[in-house]
Design a protein around this ligand. Structure first.
Ligand code: CO
Length: 289
């Protein structure tokens, strides 16, 4: 066991989808990692990206090697880590989050303890579960610019073919419930699409649209699909329909309140809070027969 170099064998692995945009990576991913280093000085803090495309681009363009979850776990085990907490910086428990669990299942035997924090949107308020949606909505409220009476905030979420895409429908509902009445969410690769929300915007009488990504980073989708010059970029589509459009080019990762949520989710995992809801991920259940 290599206790000296690895903080008593304890590590936190922060896992994001990743981005190839350097500036937004600094502002949104590195910033979160820094928060973890401050909050957990006794832990080895490492990071990984789940996007293989992004890992390849970084390798080919910059010669930078970035771990995925499996390779990060492999290295942690080799370096003598015995207790690891993984914190996904993903928004929903969709495909990328499930990839993390695949790696965890593969490597769980190599560690005395391995725990996984939940993504931004996971639990609804229940008898013994926290309200992750309200927490996310309140954190977002901190980051939203002032909007005029005739202006709507249109958030670009990623979206997924995974059923977890329904998280965004729930989030929209929570926005309404907590008074964020001028905030709409639509997905670049999921439901609802921009086309789905255009009639809603038209019916509501808004004349101006403020676009912001509802993603960890303001990377490729934000710069191209949202704010790009292509005809089908959201800015172009909305401008062509007569809306006055402005852009907030920020990711959620730079929002201190969002950073705090991830830290909270890590703390919950560390304390085994809500652990029974995650047990099925690792342990075959009796009643699964
Ligand atoms: Co994408």
């Amino acid at each position: 066991m290599n206790d000296g170099s690895l903080n008593g064998g304890r590590a936190i692995l922060v896992v994001a989808f990743g981005t190839t945009y350097r500036e937004t990576r600094r502002a949104n991913i590195d910033a979160v990692i820094e928060r973890y280093k401050e909050a957990y000085p006794d832990y080895e803090v490492r990071f990984a990206f789940t996007s293989e495309t992004i890992r390849r681009t970084l390798r080919e363009r910059d010669g930078e090697y970035v771990d995925n979850t499996a390779s990060a776990l492999e290295r942690l085990a080799a370096d003598g880590c015995s207790q690891v907490i993984i914190q996904p910086l993903h928004i929903i428990p969709g495909r990328e989050y499930k990839k993390i669990w695949q790696a965890v299942r593969l490597y769980s035997g190599r560690f005395a303890s391995i725990k996984v924090g939940r993504p931004l949107l996971y639990f609804f308020a229940g008898e013994d579960t926290p309200d992750d949606y309200l927490a996310a909505a309140e954190a977002l409220r901190d980051q939203l610019p002032e909007t005029a009476a005739d202006e709507v905030m249109l958030l670009m979420a990623h979206g997924s073919a995974d059923p977890a895409n329904a998280c965004y429908i729930a989030l929209q509902r929570v926005f309404t419930e907590c008074g964020l009445n001028q905030v709409l969410v639509a997905c670049v690769e999921g439901y609802p699409s921009l086309d789905d929300v255009l009639p809603v915007i038209a019916r509501s009488g808004w004349r101006r649209v403020c676009l912001m990504p509802f993603m960890l980073v303001a990377g490729d989708h934000a710069n191209n699909d949202m704010a790009g010059d292509e005809e089908d970029a959201w800015r172009s589509v909305l401008t062509a329909q007569g809306y006055e459009v402005r852009i907030v080019m920020q990711g959620l990762g730079q929002n201190p309140a969002v950073q705090q949520i991830y830290l909270q989710h890590t703390g919950d995992a560390l304390a085994d809070k809500y652990a029974r809801y995650f047990d099925t991920e690792l342990t075959p259940q009796e009643d699964a027969r």
